[in-house]
Design a protein around this ligand. Sequence first.
Ligand code: FAD
Ligand code: NAP
Length: 311
Amino acid sequence: MALHTTDLLILGSGPAGYTAGIYAARAGISVMIVSGNQEGGQLTMTSSVENFPGFGEISGYELMDKMKQQAINLGVSFVNDYIVEVDFSNRPFVCSSENGHSYKAKAVIVATGASARWLGLPSEKEFLGYGVSACATCDGFFYRGRTVAVIGGGNSAVCEALYLSTLADKVVLVHRRDSLRADKILQDRVLSNKKIVVEWNSVVEEILGQNEPKKVTGLKIRNVETDVVKNIDLDGVFVAVGHKPNTDIFKGNLILDDKGYIVTHENSSITDIEGVFAAGDVKDPKYKQAVISAGSGAMAAMDAVEFLDAE
Ligand code: FAD
Ligand code: NAP
């Protein structure tokens, strides 16, 4: 059990956290980033990022590794740990981790991002890790030459379907409406991909599977227009129905909106607690893009440095 002390503590190692670290370190204060359970954040789940300016096309892992190295080279301390409790009632603030370590800081930037949402079906839980996944880059490899489904109609679902089409023989995209939410350029790619079939206006009733060996064998879907139910034989199901902010530990500490996002003052990263700032997807119910999270991290660092300078 160790006690770490720093001027600025950053919770999260996604684009927001690393960018905040880069900006704050260059302002000459001591900065520590706590990685959380997903070092590099959500982008590490994608094989290809092609809308982060300056990089053309780059893998999410590589982009995040570059950000990490840049932060470390500028003097940011980095720890692999996960915060389970925060005490923002007094300054210095104290954050406690699952490993029993304490982090004391004069200012905190919360950049804990968002996590995948699930459909909430019991069968989804039962077969999680046995054919049910929320990360094609992580698990797609197991479905080479097989049939898989992707659930959802946003950018994540479409990207997952496109990536899986490079491995699987057939990808069934199941979407609850008759049009996709994803960016036009991605929609065009999906709709012209011969390996991808879209089941429009369809919701998942059940994920079908077997025991011994435990695995997914199919999907029961219902067309919401016709009410027709049908079973599709397949080997894997990738759920991509959106994300929810990682704010459970801040309930009762920071003001959250009705969807759980941290509320900040307009056009800033300032929360209702002086010295605590928020950046990235954790405070962004709308845009949720890497470049915007990075910009938001820069804003939070500038707000935090201004606060520490005034102290
Ligand atoms: P995140 O990336 O979510 O990072 C949050 C960090 O907080 C993680 O490091 C996590 O470990 C840490 N954390 C969480 N809880 C705790 C805790 N209790 N204690 C300490 N740390 C904690 N955007 C694009 O612009 N282009 C794309 O091509 C693109 N592709 C995507 C593909 C996929 C599959 C997904 C899911 C998203 C994609 N996005 C893309 C969106 C983009 O990834 C996010 O907008 C961006 O990562 C948000 O950055 P962030 O730093 O706010 O949070
Ligand atoms: P999203 O944009 O919120 O899309 C979620 C999708 O899931 C929607 O199509 C939604 O349907 C569907 N859905 C939600 N709940 C459902 C349920 N219970 N059952 C069935 N379907 C359900 O979320 P996302 O795709 O995860 O993207 C999150 C953010 O990351 C977005 O801002 C996105 O732009 C960004 N991102 C960007 C890229 C990129 O730029 N290449 C890649 C991935 C993600 P409706 O359409 O009917 O609401």
